[in-house]
Design a protein around this ligand. Structure first.
Ligand code: AHG
Ligand code: MN
Ligand code: MN
Ligand code: MN
Length: 336
């Protein structure tokens, strides 16, 4: 067959999103595409710094504590700073919410746009120094029709997001995103500096074989969680599930989307609302899960229906394959 010529019909993320927006006809202004370009730039910046972290003294603590009471890593701070500056400079944002900033940023003046971005600049901080997969998570709202961009624009259910996604800095850099018509995955071709469509229309299997939870918290679990875990570890028929837990939500959710199964971070006797943050962790991941055909719940209600009261509030999370998540919900219903 000889040498094959390189494929010249590569689908970049920008091409793909623009094409998606064509279908919206005159509704599409190109603003969302430009906003996503800013997110791509920040992701490439973070990806290259993650790779060099050990070489350029980017590992370790920054010396400050964030609003969650967590010690900030140098990469947490750097990633936050690049996101804030690029999103503001895009001219397309009105409100920014970051895990690392106590208050929302209201963009004023000539840079003000119509979108609100909620984000976890660096997810999986505890894995940085070991070189294990980490990520960035984002969710995007359009400001409400009568608003110029205020806090109330981001205190809305996740179902009202217009787009959500994450970037995973792993053996490759992957951006996975939805604008409300399914989920697509792109891989960074570092030599081109472009995200290329590699995982079109990700569909999560309806049942998986893997469960993912920090079982070190088992002493604090409530009964439905304990009973559910027993049911998959000691099944009456069939094989027990396999355990996989990385401790970076992005990596654990990425595997769950591709392989199926269930990812859990429940509330327990120690963490009354769970650990994960509603706006910039639970919502975007719940959005992607549903768009891929899966289910995302607190055990008692659909995550995307929650109306946030504060920007840093937490919520319990069970997400993944439809049938697996329905199984855990049954244990909550039995308890009620
Ligand atoms: P972050 O690094 O952004 O603070 O998020 C950490 C989160 C999430 O990535 C992960 O799923 C979870 O914390 C792990 O928590 P445990 O260490 O308690 O298992
Ligand atoms: Mn953190
Ligand atoms: Mn996180
Ligand atoms: Mn983080």
């Amino acid at each position: 067959s000889g040498e094959e010529a390189p494929n010249t019909d590569i689908i970049t993320l920008t091409r793909h999103v623009l094409n998606d927006q064509f279908h919206l006809g005159s509704l599409a202004t190109g603003d969302l595409t430009l906003l996503l370009t800013a997110i791509q730039t920040t992701s490439k910046f973070i990806a290259t710094n993650v790779r060099k972290a050990r070489l350029i003294n980017l590992v370790g603590l920054a010396g400050e504590t964030n609003v969650q009471g967590e010690e900030q890593k140098k990469l947490d701070v750097l990633s936050n700073d690049i996101m804030v500056s690029q999103l503001r400079a895009s001219g397309k944002t009105a409100v920014l919410v970051s895990e690392e900033l106590e208050d929302a940023i209201i963009v004023e003046g000539r840079y003000k746009g119509k979108y609100c971005v909620v984000f976890d600049p660096l997810d999986g901080s505890s894995n940085i120094d070991a070189g294990v997969n980490i990520g960035t998570i984002f969710g995007i709202y359009h400001i409400q029709p009568d608003s110029k961009g205020e806090l109330s624009d981001v205190l809305r259910p996740g179902s009202q997001m217009v787009a959500a996604g994450y970037v995973m800095y792993g053996s490759s850099c992957n951006l996975v995103m939805s604008t409300g018509h399914g989920v697509n995955g792109y891989t960074l071709d570092a030599s081109l500096g472009e995200f290329i469509l590699t995982h079109p229309d990700i569909r999560i299997p309806s049942r998986g074989k893997i469960y993912s939870i920090n079982e070190g918290n088992a002493a604090y679990y409530y009964e439905p969680v304990t009973k559910y875990l027993n049911s998959i570890k000691f099944p009456a028929t069939g094989k027990p599930y396999s355990a996989r837990y990385i401790g970076s939500m992005v990596a654990d959710v990425h595997r769950t989307l591709l392989y199926g199964g269930i990812f859990c971070y429940p509330d327990d006797k120690k963490s009354k609302s769970g650990k994960l943050r509603l706006l910039y962790e639970a919502f975007p991941m719940a959005y992607l899960t549903e768009q891929a055909g899966g289910v995302a719940t607190t055990g008692r209600m659909r995550i995307l229906d929650i109306v946030p009261k504060g920007i840093h509030e937490r919520c319990p999370v069970f997400l993944g394959s439809k049938e697996d998540v329905q199984d855990v919900v049954k244990f909550y219903q039995a308890e009620a």
